[in-house]
Design a protein. Structure first.
Length: 91
């Protein structure tokens, strides 16, 4: 079973995710906000960069591909089964 760190590691290795990250970094550098500590991130909505928003809001948004019951990186899975397996493992 995947934990969040393992899932994120695999998700972020995907070529599409690397391309998206590179595009956002380039946009941030071009606008002069990359690494300046202003607390803003470039944001994607509908596959296009739409501007800046707070890091917390941007990074906290649940992506549809990662929501329980959706077919995403790990395929289709049931949230209650995952939680049940995790609680059994802790035991």
């Amino acid at each position: 079973m995947y934990n969040k760190a393992e899932y994120d590691k695999k998700f972020n290795k995907k070529p599409a995710q690397k391309k998206k990250r590179a595009e956002l970094n380039k946009y941030n550098r071009k606008k002069g906000t990359y690494g300046n500590g202003d607390g803003l991130d470039a944001s994607h909505i509908g596959g296009k960069i739409v501007g800046f928003e707070s890091e917390a809001k941007n990074r906290g948004r649940a992506e549809k591909s990662r929501l329980p019951g959706k077919k995403g990186f790990l395929g289709k899975w049931d949230a209650h089964k995952v939680v049940h397996k995790q609680t059994k493992a802790r035991g």
